[in-house]
Write a protein that binds this ligand. Structure first.
Ligand code: C2O
Ligand code: CU
Length: 455
Protein backbone atom coordinates (compact mmCIF):
# COMPACT_ATOMS: atom_id res chain seq x y z
CA UNK A 1 0.00 0.00 0.00
CA UNK A 2 1.43 3.42 -0.74
CA UNK A 3 0.90 6.34 1.56
CA UNK A 4 -2.19 7.55 -0.21
CA UNK A 5 -3.89 4.14 0.00
CA UNK A 6 -2.95 3.95 3.60
CA UNK A 7 -4.52 7.30 4.39
CA UNK A 8 -7.67 6.46 2.49
CA UNK A 9 -8.07 3.14 4.26
CA UNK A 10 -7.81 4.94 7.57
CA UNK A 11 -10.17 7.66 6.48
CA UNK A 12 -12.84 5.24 5.31
CA UNK A 13 -13.09 3.86 8.83
CA UNK A 14 -13.65 7.33 10.20
CA UNK A 15 -16.74 7.73 8.02
CA UNK A 16 -18.75 5.94 10.68
CA UNK A 17 -21.43 8.23 12.12
CA UNK A 18 -20.29 10.66 14.79
CA UNK A 19 -20.34 8.92 18.11
CA UNK A 20 -18.98 10.99 20.92
CA UNK A 21 -15.87 9.41 22.38
CA UNK A 22 -16.59 10.86 25.77
CA UNK A 23 -13.83 10.66 28.32
CA UNK A 24 -15.23 9.12 31.49
CA UNK A 25 -15.12 11.40 34.52
CA UNK A 26 -12.18 10.73 36.79
CA UNK A 27 -9.67 9.94 34.04
CA UNK A 28 -6.17 11.29 34.07
CA UNK A 29 -3.67 12.93 31.82
CA UNK A 30 -0.09 11.81 31.95
CA UNK A 31 2.46 14.27 30.62
CA UNK A 32 5.50 12.50 29.22
CA UNK A 33 7.90 12.29 26.29
CA UNK A 34 6.80 10.13 23.36
CA UNK A 35 7.69 9.45 19.76
CA UNK A 36 5.31 10.21 16.96
CA UNK A 37 5.32 10.13 13.20
CA UNK A 38 4.42 13.67 12.18
CA UNK A 39 5.24 13.49 8.48
CA UNK A 40 3.85 9.99 8.00
CA UNK A 41 5.28 6.70 6.75
CA UNK A 42 8.68 6.98 5.12
CA UNK A 43 9.78 9.82 7.40
CA UNK A 44 11.56 9.56 10.73
CA UNK A 45 9.59 9.79 13.97
CA UNK A 46 9.87 12.87 16.13
CA UNK A 47 10.59 12.99 19.85
CA UNK A 48 7.62 14.97 21.22
CA UNK A 49 6.08 15.72 24.59
CA UNK A 50 2.60 14.33 24.94
CA UNK A 51 -0.52 13.89 27.01
CA UNK A 52 -1.21 10.15 27.28
CA UNK A 53 1.34 9.30 24.63
CA UNK A 54 0.02 11.18 21.60
CA UNK A 55 -0.12 14.63 19.98
CA UNK A 56 -2.67 16.09 20.24
CA UNK A 57 -3.62 14.78 23.67
CA UNK A 58 -6.92 12.95 24.12
CA UNK A 59 -10.02 14.75 23.00
CA UNK A 60 -11.93 15.52 26.18
CA UNK A 61 -15.60 15.57 25.31
CA UNK A 62 -18.21 16.42 27.91
CA UNK A 63 -21.63 18.00 27.96
CA UNK A 64 -22.53 21.55 28.95
CA UNK A 65 -23.15 21.74 32.71
CA UNK A 66 -21.03 18.69 33.48
CA UNK A 67 -18.04 18.77 35.79
CA UNK A 68 -14.58 17.99 34.45
CA UNK A 69 -12.43 16.04 36.91
CA UNK A 70 -8.99 15.16 35.74
CA UNK A 71 -5.74 14.42 37.52
CA UNK A 72 -2.55 15.44 35.75
CA UNK A 73 0.60 13.38 36.38
CA UNK A 74 3.84 14.96 35.38
CA UNK A 75 6.29 12.47 33.87
CA UNK A 76 8.48 15.19 32.35
CA UNK A 77 11.83 16.31 33.71
CA UNK A 78 10.33 19.82 33.75
CA UNK A 79 7.58 21.49 35.77
CA UNK A 80 4.27 21.98 34.03
CA UNK A 81 0.63 23.07 34.46
CA UNK A 82 -2.53 22.70 32.42
CA UNK A 83 -4.54 25.74 31.36
CA UNK A 84 -8.09 25.21 30.07
CA UNK A 85 -8.22 27.84 27.36
CA UNK A 86 -11.52 29.71 27.15
CA UNK A 87 -13.28 27.99 30.04
CA UNK A 88 -14.88 30.25 32.64
CA UNK A 89 -13.67 28.37 35.70
CA UNK A 90 -12.56 29.16 39.28
CA UNK A 91 -9.22 30.95 39.36
CA UNK A 92 -7.49 28.14 41.28
CA UNK A 93 -8.16 25.77 38.34
CA UNK A 94 -6.77 28.11 35.64
CA UNK A 95 -3.34 26.52 35.50
CA UNK A 96 -1.07 29.57 35.57
CA UNK A 97 2.07 28.73 37.56
CA UNK A 98 2.81 30.96 40.54
CA UNK A 99 -0.30 33.01 39.87
CA UNK A 100 -3.09 30.48 40.38
CA UNK A 101 -1.19 27.35 41.50
CA UNK A 102 2.25 25.97 42.22
CA UNK A 103 3.75 24.28 39.16
CA UNK A 104 3.16 20.54 38.88
CA UNK A 105 6.63 19.36 39.84
CA UNK A 106 8.90 17.56 37.40
CA UNK A 107 9.31 13.78 37.72
CA UNK A 108 6.13 12.76 39.43
CA UNK A 109 4.17 15.85 40.51
CA UNK A 110 0.40 15.62 40.37
CA UNK A 111 -2.45 18.11 40.37
CA UNK A 112 -6.17 17.38 40.32
CA UNK A 113 -8.23 19.78 38.25
CA UNK A 114 -11.96 19.88 38.81
CA UNK A 115 -14.45 22.45 37.57
CA UNK A 116 -17.86 22.89 35.98
CA UNK A 117 -18.34 23.60 32.29
CA UNK A 118 -20.82 26.46 32.03
CA UNK A 119 -20.51 27.05 28.29
CA UNK A 120 -20.87 24.75 25.31
CA UNK A 121 -18.27 25.04 22.58
CA UNK A 122 -14.82 24.22 21.30
CA UNK A 123 -12.02 24.81 23.82
CA UNK A 124 -8.54 23.41 24.35
CA UNK A 125 -5.91 22.73 26.95
CA UNK A 126 -2.18 23.38 27.08
CA UNK A 127 0.60 24.15 29.59
CA UNK A 128 1.05 27.74 30.72
CA UNK A 129 4.71 28.19 31.49
CA UNK A 130 6.75 31.23 30.64
CA UNK A 131 8.52 29.64 27.69
CA UNK A 132 6.75 28.37 24.57
CA UNK A 133 8.82 25.18 24.66
CA UNK A 134 6.14 22.86 26.03
CA UNK A 135 3.51 23.79 23.45
CA UNK A 136 6.13 23.71 20.67
CA UNK A 137 7.00 20.14 21.71
CA UNK A 138 3.39 19.02 21.30
CA UNK A 139 1.47 19.59 24.53
CA UNK A 140 -2.11 20.48 23.65
CA UNK A 141 -5.46 18.83 23.17
CA UNK A 142 -9.11 19.61 22.43
CA UNK A 143 -11.74 20.13 25.11
CA UNK A 144 -15.17 19.86 23.52
CA UNK A 145 -18.26 20.85 25.48
CA UNK A 146 -21.33 19.61 23.65
CA UNK A 147 -24.59 21.51 23.68
CA UNK A 148 -27.36 19.86 25.68
CA UNK A 149 -29.03 19.31 22.32
CA UNK A 150 -26.33 19.38 19.68
CA UNK A 151 -27.33 20.32 16.14
CA UNK A 152 -27.91 17.40 13.79
CA UNK A 153 -24.84 16.65 11.68
CA UNK A 154 -23.46 13.49 10.12
CA UNK A 155 -20.07 13.90 11.78
CA UNK A 156 -18.56 16.13 14.46
CA UNK A 157 -14.87 16.45 13.62
CA UNK A 158 -12.05 18.30 15.37
CA UNK A 159 -8.97 19.54 13.54
CA UNK A 160 -6.22 20.56 15.91
CA UNK A 161 -3.96 22.67 13.71
CA UNK A 162 -0.35 22.93 14.71
CA UNK A 163 2.95 23.91 13.43
CA UNK A 164 6.46 22.52 13.98
CA UNK A 165 9.99 23.73 13.37
CA UNK A 166 11.68 20.50 12.23
CA UNK A 167 15.06 19.72 10.74
CA UNK A 168 15.66 17.20 7.94
CA UNK A 169 15.65 14.29 10.38
CA UNK A 170 12.27 15.50 11.67
CA UNK A 171 13.80 16.61 14.96
CA UNK A 172 12.33 19.62 16.73
CA UNK A 173 14.52 22.72 16.60
CA UNK A 174 15.26 23.39 20.26
CA UNK A 175 15.76 27.11 20.01
CA UNK A 176 12.29 27.87 21.32
CA UNK A 177 12.76 31.54 22.02
CA UNK A 178 15.19 33.05 19.53
CA UNK A 179 15.37 36.84 19.76
CA UNK A 180 14.75 37.02 16.02
CA UNK A 181 11.47 35.07 16.19
CA UNK A 182 10.37 36.63 19.47
CA UNK A 183 10.78 40.20 18.21
CA UNK A 184 9.05 39.50 14.88
CA UNK A 185 6.16 37.13 14.01
CA UNK A 186 7.07 34.48 16.59
CA UNK A 187 8.26 30.97 15.78
CA UNK A 188 6.40 30.10 12.60
CA UNK A 189 7.40 26.52 11.79
CA UNK A 190 8.03 24.69 8.53
CA UNK A 191 5.64 21.75 9.04
CA UNK A 192 1.90 21.98 9.62
CA UNK A 193 -0.03 19.06 11.07
CA UNK A 194 -3.73 18.36 11.43
CA UNK A 195 -4.34 16.22 14.51
CA UNK A 196 -0.64 15.48 14.77
CA UNK A 197 0.03 14.32 11.20
CA UNK A 198 0.87 15.96 7.89
CA UNK A 199 -2.24 15.04 5.92
CA UNK A 200 -2.73 14.58 2.23
CA UNK A 201 -6.45 14.25 2.36
CA UNK A 202 -9.56 14.16 4.46
CA UNK A 203 -12.23 11.76 3.26
CA UNK A 204 -15.80 13.00 2.95
CA UNK A 205 -18.95 11.73 1.39
CA UNK A 206 -21.10 13.69 -1.03
CA UNK A 207 -24.18 15.07 0.70
CA UNK A 208 -22.61 14.84 4.12
CA UNK A 209 -22.98 17.64 6.70
CA UNK A 210 -19.94 17.94 8.94
CA UNK A 211 -19.46 20.08 12.01
CA UNK A 212 -15.80 20.97 11.73
CA UNK A 213 -14.19 22.37 14.85
CA UNK A 214 -10.90 24.14 14.13
CA UNK A 215 -8.41 24.84 16.90
CA UNK A 216 -5.24 26.82 16.30
CA UNK A 217 -2.74 25.28 18.73
CA UNK A 218 0.36 26.70 17.02
CA UNK A 219 2.61 28.95 19.05
CA UNK A 220 2.71 31.67 16.41
CA UNK A 221 1.28 30.69 13.03
CA UNK A 222 -1.95 32.39 11.96
CA UNK A 223 -4.14 30.30 9.67
CA UNK A 224 -6.37 31.65 6.90
CA UNK A 225 -8.21 28.62 5.50
CA UNK A 226 -9.99 28.58 2.16
CA UNK A 227 -12.13 25.55 1.31
CA UNK A 228 -12.04 25.53 -2.48
CA UNK A 229 -15.38 24.64 -4.06
CA UNK A 230 -17.15 24.87 -0.70
CA UNK A 231 -18.82 27.53 1.33
CA UNK A 232 -18.49 26.64 5.01
CA UNK A 233 -20.86 28.35 7.45
CA UNK A 234 -19.33 29.74 10.63
CA UNK A 235 -21.54 28.95 13.63
CA UNK A 236 -19.23 29.66 16.57
CA UNK A 237 -16.05 31.58 17.30
CA UNK A 238 -13.90 30.73 20.33
CA UNK A 239 -16.65 28.32 21.32
CA UNK A 240 -19.42 30.92 21.42
CA UNK A 241 -22.30 31.00 18.95
CA UNK A 242 -22.33 33.61 16.21
CA UNK A 243 -25.13 34.16 13.70
CA UNK A 244 -24.45 31.54 10.99
CA UNK A 245 -22.67 33.16 8.08
CA UNK A 246 -20.54 32.02 5.16
CA UNK A 247 -16.81 32.73 5.32
CA UNK A 248 -14.67 32.88 2.21
CA UNK A 249 -11.59 32.53 4.44
CA UNK A 250 -11.50 31.42 8.07
CA UNK A 251 -8.78 33.33 9.93
CA UNK A 252 -7.55 31.95 13.24
CA UNK A 253 -4.77 33.44 15.31
CA UNK A 254 -2.98 31.25 17.86
CA UNK A 255 -5.39 30.10 20.58
CA UNK A 256 -8.49 30.85 18.51
CA UNK A 257 -11.20 28.41 17.41
CA UNK A 258 -14.02 28.33 14.86
CA UNK A 259 -16.89 25.88 14.45
CA UNK A 260 -17.98 25.43 10.85
CA UNK A 261 -20.81 23.61 9.19
CA UNK A 262 -19.22 22.09 6.11
CA UNK A 263 -21.85 20.88 3.68
CA UNK A 264 -20.23 18.50 1.21
CA UNK A 265 -22.15 19.54 -1.86
CA UNK A 266 -19.59 18.63 -4.53
CA UNK A 267 -19.60 15.60 -6.86
CA UNK A 268 -18.77 12.08 -5.68
CA UNK A 269 -15.11 11.18 -6.33
CA UNK A 270 -14.08 14.83 -6.67
CA UNK A 271 -11.18 16.45 -4.82
CA UNK A 272 -10.95 19.98 -3.46
CA UNK A 273 -8.03 21.74 -1.89
CA UNK A 274 -8.05 23.37 1.51
CA UNK A 275 -5.52 26.17 1.25
CA UNK A 276 -3.92 28.17 4.03
CA UNK A 277 -3.31 31.55 2.47
CA UNK A 278 -2.82 33.72 5.53
CA UNK A 279 0.80 34.53 4.64
CA UNK A 280 0.16 35.36 1.02
CA UNK A 281 3.68 34.71 -0.24
CA UNK A 282 3.74 31.29 1.36
CA UNK A 283 0.28 29.89 0.77
CA UNK A 284 0.23 26.09 0.79
CA UNK A 285 -2.22 23.23 0.56
CA UNK A 286 -3.22 22.01 4.03
CA UNK A 287 -4.95 18.94 2.61
CA UNK A 288 -7.56 17.90 0.07
CA UNK A 289 -11.17 17.05 0.73
CA UNK A 290 -11.48 13.74 -1.03
CA UNK A 291 -15.00 12.67 -1.92
CA UNK A 292 -15.94 9.02 -1.90
CA UNK A 293 -17.40 7.65 -5.09
CA UNK A 294 -20.66 6.65 -3.36
CA UNK A 295 -23.84 8.42 -4.33
CA UNK A 296 -24.72 11.50 -2.24
CA UNK A 297 -26.23 11.03 1.21
CA UNK A 298 -28.72 13.78 0.41
CA UNK A 299 -29.41 16.18 -2.45
CA UNK A 300 -30.21 19.34 -0.49
CA UNK A 301 -29.14 20.68 2.87
CA UNK A 302 -31.42 22.16 5.50
CA UNK A 303 -30.64 25.76 6.46
CA UNK A 304 -28.05 26.06 9.23
CA UNK A 305 -29.72 26.95 12.53
CA UNK A 306 -28.01 29.17 15.10
CA UNK A 307 -26.61 27.50 18.22
CA UNK A 308 -28.20 28.34 21.59
CA UNK A 309 -26.41 31.19 23.36
CA UNK A 310 -24.16 30.45 26.33
CA UNK A 311 -25.03 31.98 29.73
CA UNK A 312 -22.52 34.84 29.48
CA UNK A 313 -23.52 38.06 31.27
CA UNK A 314 -24.05 41.02 28.94
CA UNK A 315 -21.94 44.06 29.83
CA UNK A 316 -23.81 47.29 30.60
CA UNK A 317 -22.08 49.61 28.16
CA UNK A 318 -23.60 52.79 29.60
CA UNK A 319 -22.23 52.06 33.07
CA UNK A 320 -18.97 50.43 32.03
CA UNK A 321 -15.57 51.55 33.25
CA UNK A 322 -13.20 52.19 30.39
CA UNK A 323 -9.49 51.54 30.00
CA UNK A 324 -7.06 51.97 27.16
CA UNK A 325 -4.36 49.34 26.78
CA UNK A 326 -1.50 49.90 24.39
CA UNK A 327 0.58 47.01 23.09
CA UNK A 328 3.99 48.19 21.97
CA UNK A 329 7.51 47.14 21.04
CA UNK A 330 8.80 44.52 18.64
CA UNK A 331 11.03 44.90 15.62
CA UNK A 332 10.45 48.23 13.87
CA UNK A 333 9.02 49.57 17.12
CA UNK A 334 10.21 50.97 20.38
CA UNK A 335 11.79 47.90 22.02
CA UNK A 336 12.17 48.10 25.81
CA UNK A 337 15.53 49.27 27.13
CA UNK A 338 17.65 46.08 27.08
CA UNK A 339 19.77 47.24 29.98
CA UNK A 340 16.73 47.17 32.24
CA UNK A 341 14.65 44.49 30.56
CA UNK A 342 16.94 41.84 29.19
CA UNK A 343 15.43 39.74 26.40
CA UNK A 344 12.15 41.66 26.50
CA UNK A 345 10.79 42.95 23.21
CA UNK A 346 7.20 43.88 23.94
CA UNK A 347 5.28 46.13 26.29
CA UNK A 348 1.80 46.52 27.70
CA UNK A 349 1.13 50.16 28.56
CA UNK A 350 4.86 50.79 28.28
CA UNK A 351 6.08 47.99 30.56
CA UNK A 352 7.26 44.50 29.68
CA UNK A 353 6.36 41.69 32.00
CA UNK A 354 9.35 39.37 32.33
CA UNK A 355 7.48 36.12 32.55
CA UNK A 356 4.94 34.44 34.69
CA UNK A 357 7.37 33.85 37.54
CA UNK A 358 7.32 37.58 37.93
CA UNK A 359 3.65 38.04 38.46
CA UNK A 360 3.75 38.29 42.18
CA UNK A 361 6.26 41.12 41.81
CA UNK A 362 4.18 43.16 39.35
CA UNK A 363 1.10 45.13 40.25
CA UNK A 364 -1.87 44.08 38.12
CA UNK A 365 -2.47 45.99 34.93
CA UNK A 366 -6.11 46.45 35.96
CA UNK A 367 -7.87 46.06 39.26
CA UNK A 368 -11.56 45.54 38.55
CA UNK A 369 -14.34 45.31 41.04
CA UNK A 370 -16.45 42.21 40.91
CA UNK A 371 -19.45 42.42 38.59
CA UNK A 372 -18.39 45.73 37.01
CA UNK A 373 -18.88 46.06 33.29
CA UNK A 374 -15.68 47.04 31.51
CA UNK A 375 -14.77 48.27 28.07
CA UNK A 376 -11.13 47.89 27.09
CA UNK A 377 -9.75 49.72 24.11
CA UNK A 378 -6.88 47.57 22.82
CA UNK A 379 -4.38 49.48 20.73
CA UNK A 380 -1.81 47.62 18.67
CA UNK A 381 0.98 50.14 18.32
CA UNK A 382 3.29 47.63 16.60
CA UNK A 383 3.98 46.35 13.09
CA UNK A 384 2.88 42.80 14.02
CA UNK A 385 -0.26 40.73 14.59
CA UNK A 386 -1.26 39.95 18.17
CA UNK A 387 -4.02 37.55 19.25
CA UNK A 388 -4.88 38.99 22.67
CA UNK A 389 -6.39 36.54 25.15
CA UNK A 390 -8.14 37.17 28.47
CA UNK A 391 -8.49 34.32 30.96
CA UNK A 392 -11.58 33.47 32.96
CA UNK A 393 -13.99 35.65 30.97
CA UNK A 394 -15.75 35.87 27.64
CA UNK A 395 -15.85 39.28 26.02
CA UNK A 396 -17.85 40.88 23.29
CA UNK A 397 -15.92 42.45 20.43
CA UNK A 398 -17.59 45.87 20.15
CA UNK A 399 -15.55 47.53 17.43
CA UNK A 400 -12.55 47.07 15.19
CA UNK A 401 -10.87 50.26 14.09
CA UNK A 402 -13.94 52.10 15.32
CA UNK A 403 -16.51 50.04 13.41
CA UNK A 404 -18.78 47.41 14.91
CA UNK A 405 -18.16 43.93 13.50
CA UNK A 406 -20.78 42.70 11.00
CA UNK A 407 -22.49 40.57 13.67
CA UNK A 408 -22.46 40.25 17.44
CA UNK A 409 -19.38 38.31 18.35
CA UNK A 410 -18.13 36.83 21.66
CA UNK A 411 -14.61 35.58 22.17
CA UNK A 412 -11.76 34.94 24.53
CA UNK A 413 -9.06 35.93 22.03
CA UNK A 414 -9.12 38.86 19.61
CA UNK A 415 -6.68 39.09 16.72
CA UNK A 416 -5.29 42.62 16.41
CA UNK A 417 -3.88 43.43 13.01
CA UNK A 418 -0.74 45.58 12.84
CA UNK A 419 -1.44 49.21 13.85
CA UNK A 420 -5.08 48.52 14.55
CA UNK A 421 -7.40 48.74 17.52
CA UNK A 422 -10.39 46.94 18.91
CA UNK A 423 -12.78 47.52 21.77
CA UNK A 424 -13.90 44.61 23.90
CA UNK A 425 -16.52 44.56 26.66
CA UNK A 426 -17.22 42.11 29.45
CA UNK A 427 -18.55 41.80 32.96
CA UNK A 428 -15.75 41.18 35.46
CA UNK A 429 -17.78 38.45 37.13
CA UNK A 430 -15.08 35.91 37.92
CA UNK A 431 -12.95 36.77 40.95
CA UNK A 432 -9.22 36.15 40.85
CA UNK A 433 -5.97 37.10 39.15
CA UNK A 434 -6.30 36.46 35.42
CA UNK A 435 -3.71 36.49 32.68
CA UNK A 436 -4.22 38.89 29.80
CA UNK A 437 -1.64 38.27 27.10
CA UNK A 438 -0.68 37.82 23.50
CA UNK A 439 -1.13 34.18 22.43
CA UNK A 440 1.88 34.31 20.13
CA UNK A 441 3.73 32.46 22.85
CA UNK A 442 7.10 33.98 21.94
CA UNK A 443 5.55 37.43 22.43
CA UNK A 444 3.95 36.43 25.70
CA UNK A 445 7.31 35.22 26.99
CA UNK A 446 9.10 38.42 26.03
CA UNK A 447 6.88 41.01 27.60
CA UNK A 448 3.41 40.98 26.09
CA UNK A 449 1.56 39.71 29.14
CA UNK A 450 -0.20 41.22 32.11
CA UNK A 451 -2.51 40.36 34.96
CA UNK A 452 -6.06 41.62 35.44
CA UNK A 453 -7.35 41.30 38.97
CA UNK A 454 -11.06 40.99 39.73
CA UNK A 455 -12.25 41.24 43.35
CU1 C2O B 1 -4.29 29.57 25.76
CU2 C2O B 1 -3.03 32.14 28.62
O1 C2O B 1 -3.64 30.81 27.20
CU1 CU C 1 1.89 39.23 20.02
Amino acid sequence: MDRRDFLLAGAALSLAPACASRLAAGKSLRVAPARQSLAGPGHPDTAVWSYNGAVPGPELRLRQGERLKIAVDNGLAADTTVHWHGIRLPNAMDGVPHLTQQPIAANGGRFAYEFDLPDAGTYWYHPHLGNPEQVSRGLYGALIVEEREPPAVDRDVVWVLSDWALDRQARIDEEFLSPMAASHDGRVGNTVTVNGLVRESFAVRAGERIRLRLINAASARIFGLVFEGHSPTVIALDGHPVAPHPAARVVLGPGMRADLILDCAAQPASRHRVIDSFYRQSAYELLELQYHADKPLRQAFAPVAPLPANPVAKPDLAQAERHRIVFGGGAMGRVPDQARHKGMFWTVNGEPMADQHDHHGHPPLLDLSLRRSCVLELVNDTAWHHPIHLHGHTFRVLTRDGRPPPREHWSDTVLLDPRSRAEIAFVADNPGAWMFHCHVLEHQATGMAAVVRVR
